[in-house]
Design a protein around this ligand. Structure first.
Ligand SMILES: [Zn+2]
Ligand SMILES: [Zn+2]
Length: 157
C-alpha cells in the first residue's frame, strides 16, 4: 500500500529526530518547525516563505532567527541549499555525508535530489589538474519533470 504524503512527511520528520538524538544535535522546536515546513513544501522553499509558514504557530519571527535555524539544518545535513533559487530542500539521505546534484522542474518547481559523488567527484577532482582549487560546487539542472513534459506536449496524464 502506498503511503500518503502526510505519512511520508511524518516518517522524514521522525528520521530527522532520530538522527538528531543519536548525534546529540539540538533539534529545537523552531529548528524542527523550519525543517517540517521545508519537508512539507515538496519544492525548494525560500527563507521568506518559511517565515510565512511559521507565522500561524509562532507569530512573526525575525528573519535572522530563521536564517540561524537554516544554518544549523544546513551544517548538519538536514537540508540542502538550491543556489540558483536561494531556497532550501530537505535532504533525502540525512546522516550520510554526500554531495548532491539536483533536477529542478521549471514548470511545477518539483526538485529531485540525486545524491552521490559519482557525478560530482570526477568534476571536482579534475579541477586540481588545471591548477584550480574548488571551494564550492553546485550542480543544478533545470528543465521539465515527466508530468510537466507530458503536459507541454499536450498529452493528458
Ligand atoms: Zn542530500
Ligand atoms: Zn514539473
Amino acid at each position: 500500500m502506498a503511503l500518503s504524503q502526510a505519512e511520508h512527511h511524518a516518517i522524514r520528520l521522525a528520521h530527522a529526530e532520530a538522527h538528531a538524538a543519536l548525534h546529540g544535535l539540538a533539534l529545537t522546536p523552531l529548528r524542527r518547525q523550519v525543517y517540517a515546513a521545508i519537508v512539507e513544501s515538496e519544492r525548494p522553499v525560500g527563507a521568506y516563505e518559511l517565515l510565512d509558514a511559521l507565522e500561524p504557530q509562532r507569530g512573526r519571527v525575525p528573519p535572522t532567527t530563521v536564517y540561524r535555524a537554516l544554518d544549523f539544518l544546513l551544517a548538519h545535513g538536514f537540508v540542502h541549499r538550491i543556489e540558483s533559487k536561494n531556497a532550501y530542500v530537505a535532504c533525502c539521505e540525512i546522516g550520510v555525508p554526500h554531495r548532491s546534484q539536483f533536477l529542478m522542474c521549471d514548470g511545477c518547481g518539483a526538485t529531485v535530489e540525486i545524491p552521490g559523488d559519482e557525478l560530482a567527484g570526477p568534476l571536482s577532482h579534475s579541477a586540481p589538474a588545471q591548477g584550480f582549487e574548488v571551494h564550492r560546487q553546485v550542480i543544478e539542472l533545470s528543465g521539465l519533470c515527466a508530468l510537466c513534459a507530458r503536459a507541454a506536449r499536450g498529452i493528458q496524464p
